[in-house]
Design a protein around this ligand. Structure first.
Ligand SMILES: CC(C)(COP(=O)(O)OP(=O)(O)OC[C@H]1O[C@@H](n2cnc3c(N)ncnc32)[C@H](O)[C@@H]1OP(=O)(O)O)[C@@H](O)C(=O)NCCC(=O)NCCS
Length: 207
């Protein structure tokens, strides 16, 4: 892939990280509410490291956890995208779709809008057969995003190996979306968009 990919949705731009994102990112990951389902809020140094990792993976592959910004105001609101988890998970190898938004940008549909574009990129440009998402059992907001995206939850939870045995966040649920299922969901919308752009009497005998 040549250069970082940028995805544009009606309200958002998913793009490569920039140095001026670092302050807003640090504010987001220092917020205990945003980090409620992670082991701990992050320091400025940890946040900068996270942003640098996201940036270098996008540099390397063209895609990753993109910086998400509001198109209208060019405001950084968090990150959303696709990632190959580094942990050895029971369902590895896999590509996950994930998200983290600053608290003031919740409840506006941004995570679902951005993730919809990331899924489309994963299934079409990358040609992936399946995309997963996972989170700790208590993170119902994140699970609601997975559900809205049409992902299906595996019946059995799994233990996240990066967390110690007995850690309250260790039990996770896994959601999956297969390319075929995504195509079936995407197709009626695509067909509707096509028919809207056709003349009204398309396919009808004239007169
Ligand atoms: C997970 C997270 C991204 C979900 O954010 P969210 O705002 O709940 O999800 P969405 O962006 O899809 O927004 C959906 C909400 O916007 C509302 N909404 C408002 N305008 C909307 C619009 N134009 N289109 C769609 N939804 C809209 C929906 O009704 C829904 O409302 P709700 O908050 O009452 O449920 C956010 O809670 C977060 O960053 N959490 C911390 C980090 C985290 O846990 N990440 C996941 C780790 S696995």
């Amino acid at each position: 892939m040549v250069g970082p990919v940028e995805l544009v949705t009606p309200r958002l731009r998913l793009r490569q990280w920039r140095p001026d994102d670092l302050t807003a990112c640090a504010r987001m990951v220092a917020d205990p509410e945003v980090m409620k389902f992670f082991p701990a809020p992050l320091s400025r140094a940890e946040s900068d490291e996270l942003a640098a990792r996201c940036r270098s993976l996008i540099e390397e592959r063209g895609w990753g956890f993109w910086a998400a910004e509001l198109r209208e105001a060019a405001t950084f609101i968090g990150f959303v995208g696709l990632h190959i988890p580094s942990a050895d998970l029971p369902f590895s190898p896999c590509v996950e779709v994930g998200w983290r938004l600053a608290r003031e940008h919740w409840s506006r549909g941004y995570a679902t809008e951005a993730a919809t574009a990331a899924l489309e990129f994963g299934f079409t440009t990358l040609g992936l057969g399946q995309i997963v998402s996972f989170t700790t059992l208590g993170n119902v907001r994140s699970q609601a995003v997975m559900h809205r995206l049409g992902m299906r939850r595996d019946p059995e939870p799994f233990e996240h190996p990066a967390l110690p045995v007995g850690h309250p966040l260790r039990a996770h649920c896994l959601y999956r979306l297969d390319r075929n299922v995504w195509l079936d969901r995407a197709r009626p919308q695509a067909d509707a968009a096509t028919s809207r752009s056709l003349p009204r009497n398309h396919g009808q005998p004239n007169g």
